[in-house]
Write a new protein. Sequence first.
Lengths: 359, 137
Amino acid sequence: MYVAVKGGERAIENAHDWLAEERRGDTSVAELTVPQIREQLSLAVNRVMTEGSLYDPDLAALAIKQARGDLIEAIFLIRAYRTTLPRFGYSDPVDTGGMACDRRISATFKDLPGGQVLGPTFDYTHRLLDFKLAADGEGPQAPERDTAPAPVPRVTGFLNREGLIEAAPEDDTPPPDLTREPLEMPANRALRLQALTRADEGFTLGMAYSTQRGYARNHAFVGELRIGTVPVEMEVAELGFAIEIGEVTLTECETVNQFKGSKTEPPQFTRGYGLVFGQSERKAISMALVDRAMRWEELGEDDVGAPAQDAEFVLYHGDNIQATGFLEHIKLPHYVDFQSELELVRKLRRDAGDQEAAE
Amino acid sequence: MGLLARAPEGRVAALLAEAGAARKFDWLRAPEIGSVMVRGRAGGTGALFNLGEMAVTRCSLRLADGTVGHGYVQGRRKAEAEAAAQVDALMQTGEAAAIRAAVLTPLEAEETARRSARARKAAATKVEFFTLVRGED
């Protein structure tokens, strides 16, 4: 039972003022601006946009500043703000095949049309601290090379042509939206993908890693990972046609997984899919592995009881705002609850004592 | 309208002002900030799913001659939405050619330059991997 408390206003106000002062830190050090966070901590901004489920780099940067760098607190601020916005509508599906790629790699095909493009990646760095960054922030200018615009076809497309991989045929069924209807089981794949894309990165990574270690192993390869921008189009009622309303940076991961076949179908590779806002490739790959693990039923695989196969377990525990909300609420005043439990324990001990005395 | 939606802060209004093209107008719908749910497809080509929202600002206005213009821009940017709606309205008037030359053409050139700079940097990171033959025969 919850019983309200009152009082403490002065202490709470003072605590908030002190929080603001601590947020600012040592005033002899220059204050961080929102554009600095947006430009220089862009991967943190991307994570806040993805898990906050709202693409707005300026707002995400502001949330990170306000949250003193606590990304889950920042995501909480974005989720709260998001609920205040009127919904203008749903976009047309983004065409990731037409992405202007900053990065595009495949771990399965060495020579692929469109080429392997590394982009601004941490891969192949030595993970040694760079003390030059502590001294001055001047980076080198990135080299450039002439290029003619060329299509960058999907890797799964090549395999598809030979029938070696399951197809993903276009399907315009309106998907469920967990921001409008509560998440309920069983969840179809569209709902699972929506929940996974905004799920906690650490949780999703842990689940994905568990499949690699053998809990519902699905032998994933990164068929393709691409990062870049795509236009967003929406039908606008007052115009009567679709217009571009902006552009978003996305990371997309397609995995190529263990093949399966049956008496009627020849063996073919299966697929997992990850798509997230910004440059967030660890999250995109994790999402694809977990998506694939949760598809066990439709692909006729056994339920081996692995955590990543359990959609209910994954989807109900992957949202860090739900999780932290419930977890952190236990530190708020529960005095009356606890008093009743204290009473109960005292009574049980008294009864046990009486019984002993009687024997 | 895509060019207007993506234009950097203040750029459309600046180009309009330079061209002396800004007009008096009445609001049909004052600038309003909201969200659009962005959709993707499973596997890139398959079933629709909801990816997440993006912030969008929209407005509608009417010029003195009755022409109606709509503005939809990315982010929380009321001034940009207003400028975009003005351009949309003016593009339906006799001034269309002048507005295209003064606003849309420079915006397009600037965007192409930004994009090709990124594409050139990406091209510089294109790799050829070679698989090595292992020693044992």
